[in-house]
Ligand binder design. Structure first.
Ligand code: SAH
Ligand code: SF4
Length: 387
């Protein structure tokens, strides 16, 4: 049982087993833990007094030893296209971001896993800031918990405002979660794993494995673990079709080169809920967008069942890089599709509020002094004069 001297336990960070243990220490049966989990995650309730079907004594114990709280929201912004972005204060001058992207057939929440990132890709503003720390499970799930609560409440009041009746069950606004915000999720493995399990748990967020995506720059050993522990949809940030270029664009490639990464993708596919890996490929003008690169990618696509998602680079001030022209992106996509590779081009959403991929900067106090270690960041442009 937690001692009175302990910090209150934030229930947002507890997986089903830990919650069952906690409740068990007070003599509660496992179904009590499930009830509690539903109050917290499904209904977004943070006051134990409001959890009306729990015994009064149990609620008092909870109030004494536990809390339910997401990181504080420093700012919220809304884009003209409906995208919403929250900046969460995670203490000690660090902030991380989450972005909600509504579409006709789904609502996707993009969340962060670390304050900053050690991988230091030169085209990414998160990487540019350096790294401060891993987020806790409560901070990762807290982004989902908060966004779900706010979005469902807004929908409810919009319905009531337009004279509609409130539905008995809240409508699911967030149908998909992607770990494509700040940080490298597989370098914060244990906490991300716990958060993923909560996303899938029927008593918490009940999302299907196919609708939860981890995006990784290619942390090979952890891809293997994820495949065994909790296979969800996997996106791999490829960004370059050969080691020489990938070493520069995704520095982690020096540790886990392409051949190793592609082999790991194939191993992952043995467990994956989808029968393909999504390769993300950022389109950088004059860097990785030539026909020759497309040819090399086609060779890669023969080795791994995959789909390509081309991401037009979203500029940020210090990068010194440029987005490939739209016509080039289209032609590049066509080259891949002509070779039978399924390819989509990511629509840029929320760029008027700097919520697009790679623009998530939060505010991170860099403990790694990355700028001092990498004085030439921003000079990655290898071949800017393409034609
Ligand atoms: N660290 C993980 C997940 C977070 S980044 C990863 O790298 O996969 C999520 C996606 O945004 C990655 O594909 C990343 O390459 C892409 N991205 C980063 N900076 C970008 C930028 N400036 N413009 C467009 N996409 C960017
Ligand atoms: Fe880190 Fe991903 Fe950004 Fe690279 S793209 S620096 S891995 S967050």
């Amino acid at each position: 049982m937690p001692s009175v001297l302990d910090e209150p336990v934030n229930l947002l960070g507890l997986g089903a087993a830990e919650l069952t243990d906690l409740v068990g220490q007070w003599g509660g049966k496992p179904f009590r833990a499930k009830q509690l989990q539903r109050w917290v995650h499904q209904r977004g309730v943070d006051s134990f007094d409001d959890m009306t079907d729990l015994a009064r004594e149990f609620r008092q114990q909870l109030a004494q030893h536990c809390t339910v709280h997401a990181p504080g929201v420093a700012t919220e912004q809304r884009s003209s296209d409906g995208t919403r972005k929250w900046l969460f204060d995670v203490g000690r001058n660090n902030a991380v971001e989450a972005v909600f992207i509504p579409e006709d057939d789904r609502g996707t929440l993009c969340i962060s896993s670390q304050a900053g990132c050690t991988v230091a890709c030169p085209f990414c503003s998160t990487g540019y800031q350096g790294f401060n720390r891993n987020l806790t499970t409560a901070e990762i799930i807290g982004q989902l918990w908060y966004a779900k609560r706010v979005l469902e409440a807004d929908l409810q009041s919009a319905r009531l405002g337009s004279g509609g009746a409130a539905p008995a069950e809240p409508t699911r606004v967030i149908s998909n979660v992607v770990m494509m915000g700040m940080g490298e999720p597989l370098l914060n493995y244990d906490r991300v794993l716990e958060a993923l399990r909560l996303m899938l748990d029927d008593n918490a967020y009940g999302l299907s494995r196919r609708r939860v995506t981890v995006s990784t720059s290619g942390v090979v050993p952890m891809m293997d673990r994820l495949g065994r522990d909790c296979p969800v949809a996997l996106a791999v940030s490829l960004h370059a079709p050969n080691d020489a270029l990938r070493d520069k664009l995704v520095p982690l490639n020096r540790k886990h080169p392409l051949a190793e990464l592609l082999a790991a993708c194939n191993r992952y596919l043995e467990h994956a809920p989808r029968d393909f890996i999504t390769f993300e490929y950022i389109m950088l003008d004059g860097v990785n967008d030539a026909d020759e690169h497309a040819r090399e990618l086609i060779a890669i696509a023969k080795q791994v069942r995959c789909k390509f998602n081309l991401i037009p680079f979203n500029p940020f001030p210090q990068s010194g890089l440029k987005r490939s022209p739209t016509a080039r992106v289209r032609l590049f996509a066509q080259r891949l599709m002509d070779a039978g590779v399924v390819t989509t081009v990511r629509k840029t959403r929320g760029d008027d509020i700097a919520a697009a991929c790679g623009q998530l900067a939060g505010d991170v106090k860099d403990r790694t002094r990355i700028h001092e270690r990498l004085p030439n960041r921003g000079t990655i442009v290898i071949n800017q004069e393409r034609e």
